[in-house]
Design a protein around this ligand. Structure first.
Ligand SMILES: [Zn+2]
Length: 112
């Protein structure tokens, strides 16, 4: 199988994806007689929060305990997808139809 088809097949086989990072959050409920009033190590949680950027806006969503395994899987799938896409782009670029453009005239000038 050609490399591009192989990558496309892997992308096809990926389940749902979700960008972002999962962050644990802990907090106090505020009740004086609750164990969380005794110190940070007794705070409630962790509660999971998923943060990502969509259309240049940062988004946050609380993740329920029972959603966590599925969300972890989707975040993992997203990373895999990005890796596969990068690979696909690299393979595609290496299959140039035209002779390579000479880069002799392009100089790296330091900016500023
Ligand atoms: Zn509490």
């Amino acid at each position: 199988m050609d490399k591009i088809e192989e990558i496309k097949k892997k992308i096809n086989e990926l389940g749902p994806v979700h960008p972002g990072t999962l962050n644990p959050q802990r907090n106090r409920c505020g009740k004086l007689n609750c164990r969380c009033a005794m110190g940070e190590e007794f705070w409630h949680g962790p509660y999971w929060q998923l943060s990502w950027t969509a259309n240049k806006k940062s988004k946050t969503r609380h993740i329920a305990e029972e959603e966590l395994p599925e969300i972890k899987k989707r975040v993992e799938n997203y990373k895999t997808l990005k890796g596969l896409m990068q690979e696909l782009i690299e393979v595609s670029c290496s299959l140039s139809l035209l002779p390579e453009t000479k880069e002799a005239n392009v100089e790296d000038k330091p900016s500023g």
